[in-house]
Design a protein. Sequence first.
Length: 135
Amino acid sequence: PTANSTTASAWWRLIAYDSGWRDITADASATNVAVSLLAVRRVLHTVAYAATTGSASGAGSVTHTLASGFEPSYTARHFQIASNLSTNDARITIAANGATTVNIATGRAADMQILYNAPATLPTSLPGTELTAPV
């Protein structure tokens, strides 16, 4: 049989979703640090968030709110990763509402990624711009 506009849902089933890497640097706000790249990618129900900065001139921070469909699936938790747990050189925190913060200690830089589960609902639009160079 041939699928058409009335029967397409009976024939097509989404088995994979990949937003590709999206550059969200322009949507972020930075203090005491230059942001080289903030990027996000969703592959089905997993999101990767990447942050790369220059060296912080003071206690540095980068803040950003993730687009709908890229926030964590857990409503009462946040995710955090640190590049050096003993000195807290750089840390990414992602809250349940999608609010993200990258904190960088004075004289340090961030170059890190975090993976987390996204909600079942797929995004209806993509954030930022397409990133064509590898992350």
